[in-house]
Design a protein around this ligand. Sequence first.
Ligand SMILES: Cc1ncc(C[n+]2csc(CCOP(=O)(O)OP(=O)(O)O)c2C)c(N)n1
Ligand SMILES: [Mg+2]
Length: 598
Amino acid sequence: MQMTVPAERVTADARRAGPGAERGTMAIGDFLLRRLQQAGVGHVFGVPGDFNLELLQQLEDAGAPRWIGTCNELNASYAADGYARLNGIAALITTQAVGALSAINGVGGSYSEHVPVICICGSLPLRSLERGLGMHHTMADYSQDRFLRAYEQVTAAAVRLTPRNAVTEIDRLILTAWRDKLPVYLELPSDIAYLDIEVPAEPFTLEDPPSDPERLRSCAAAIAGRLSGAKSPAILVDVDADRFGVANEVHGLAEKLQAPVAVAMTCKAVIDETFPYYVGIYNGAGSMPSQAREAIESSDCLLAIGYRRVDLTSGNFTDSLPAGTIHARGHSADVGEDNYQAVRLQDVLRAVTGAVPQVTNRAARPVVPAQPTAASSRGDGSGKLTQAAYWETIQGYIRSGDVIIAEDGTSYASLALDLPPKCTFVAQAIWGSIGYTVGSLLGALAAAPGRRHLLFVGDGSFQLTAQEVSTMLRHDYKPVIFLINNGGYTVERGYLGKNARYNDVANWAYADLPQVFRPGTAARSFVVKTTGELQEALSAPNDQLIFIEAVMDPLDSPAGVIAEGNSGAETDYGPRGPQHRGNMQIRERGLRLSAEGL
Ligand SMILES: Cc1ncc(C[n+]2csc(CCOP(=O)(O)OP(=O)(O)O)c2C)c(N)n1
Ligand SMILES: [Mg+2]
């Protein structure tokens, strides 16, 4: 599609003032859309409403960014999150309160997972606020700031635009989102989008302020000194390594030090899993493979990048990072007693890599990741499909460059897949809002339409956001959707309620949904109950959306998922909790907390 930006009218005064001082007038809504495009936002997700229609009309007139209407705002917030993870930044448009509050769960997730999403809410006209008019989509109590304040809790910055602050606040909020890798919220009152204001003519560039040169030098020297003097340096990577775009720098540093690199559960595949110094996922006692734990915990100089310690990244607090761990973050670092501010992560890693000598005597890949188990469980392919056979078969389907999106539930077994180079793995590991992946898949498809996208999702999670498959079909996207139909919330049965009714869900004809969502679609649907049937489905070409419903036993769960559930129940309910009554959890005999053999 042709990208057009509404013409601005350069004033005669501005022209006379000479180059660099040029300003023009532009409608506030057009200016906002222009800034989004300049920030790299090519698609916007959301749902129309009377308070945002005037902005959507401006978007329609301009023809860009491209509008992707979703079935509801929650899904739009997930889509924007998925889009930003692949594109670097995203935008979402909702309407006053009813739309904004539907999206707030997803925006909270973006905050938790450090994803920059620009949330724009078409809100009450300023005339109504000034005159105290009671309006729809409110509590009818004439209050003015409730929803702005709600969004203050889940964003790095939240503001109501006015004709006076629009230029500075639009730029400030977009830059804040990009610099801090966090969502922001702008309320655009519905009666100002068409008002002309003076705007700067120069384009907008997403840049960080440069590092402080002295702080950078001393920080890099301190880190390089420690790493060079260590016998067993190691690197632990969390999501910020991805968000701040330093995966290449981490590879370079690890290569120079010949040091093992592990990732947290939050950022599988951020480090190429075939990289000789990649050792696996560090998660305390649940590390995969367990040698990754050894490499991290026995290091005499650990460099942790953006590490955040929560139950799911620490193996339920069974972790133990070495004393003196160096913590590098997006814009600061802790080295021993010293805290360095105004140091950009990328600058720090480059300077450290430049300063450390090339090591030549440490073995590459000191730990060999666990190999998939033997194919014995598959038999002749006619046996009932088990979780073990399912994931073993999926392993053979993954290819270089795939985008893999993994939902909470037994689909988290995909964390144990060995991924070839150039794969992207998307999961909402910390926030963990089920249904996230269906919306997120839509966003990922829009951001990277040339790649193959695989969604792994359970029936229970799918039921929250299933309608968004219709949007994928509407836009002719061709992902592969792997849905596990096991009659309910199997992962929860490992916490509590192994046979409880509250862990059951209604059975749907899942594989029929593509036809329901887009009558006449050429999407390929399969219901598979054996490994042989799964194999056959996997031989379908990727020229259409593929939907594979795999029917499995409600009590069949990967060992690592059971272990997480069992140990999670100890944290959640304590030692006297109901999980200790007889037969209340799926358990695996003799299973220790280890995600090995997922
Ligand atoms: C929005 C939200 N509601 C509830 C939960 C609690 N929860 C976590 S996993 C899960 C069940 C997932 O079931 P399913 O998708 O069928 O996966 P399975 O383990 O059965 O493969 C639930 C209800 C949650 N994480 N998020
Ligand atoms: Mg299920």
